[in-house]
Design a protein around this ligand. Structure first.
Ligand code: HEC
Length: 152
């Protein structure tokens, strides 16, 4: 029993200490000339879907949830955002070359249809990201249209 108490106590101490290792939550300013939604003149309805379902990890306009202040959850959130932005960042769309844009659009359609995106774990805590079947179709069709237009 004594050991159990010690383990609990030390776990609490470690938990308290790691709270002092914060994450960087500062968003970069968005350049309107390269921002996807603005340059593509995305219709408002679709733009709202993208903002609600993809923006927290794939833009420089991340809204951090309350639980993102608690380590070690915050570290996991931070790493998803870092990784997400690296793969695709809507805020810097026009800085990508055509091949990369094409690849991202194709993968977006696939990941939305296969329900790989938005990340399933994220949907649990974000009602607006829990896209209905109709919303998924709308969003996937929108990305597909841009692909077909050959103007991305
Ligand atoms: C909670 C964070 C999060 C959200 C929300 C999110 N993504 Fe992602 N996304 C990631 C991470 C992390 C990766 C890289 C790791 C991976 O592929 O699983 C990624 C990768 C991707 C990729 C590259 C996949 C590949 O294999 O080439 C695409 C495309 C993508 N996301 C599209 C979207 C779209 C579209 C949305 C909104 C409908 C979205 N994501 C929402 C975190 C997120």
């Amino acid at each position: 029993m004594k050991t159990v108490k010690k383990v609990v106590l030390w776990s609490l101490v470690v938990f308290a200490l790691i709270q002092f290792i914060p994450i960087d939550k500062v968003n970069k300013p968005v350049d309107h000339k390269v921002n996807f939604i603005e340059t593509k003149k995305t219709p408002e309805k679709i733009a709202n879907l993208i903002k609600g379902a993809c923006y927290d990890c794939h833009s420089d306009e991340t809204v951090y949830p309350k639980y993102a202040s608690i380590a070690p959850i915050s570290w996991s959130v931070r790493s998803h955002i870092k990784e997400g932005r690296k793969r695709m960042n809507f805020s810097v769309w026009e800085t990508y070359n055509k091949d990369l844009k094409q690849n991202i659009l194709k993968r977006s359609v696939e990941t939305i249809q296969l329900r790989l995106m938005p990340l399933p774990g994220y949907i649990v805590y974000h009602e607006e990201a829990n896209l209905s079947e109709a919303e998924r179709t709308l969003l996937a069709n929108y990305f597909e249209e841009i692909l077909k237009s050959n103007n991305y």
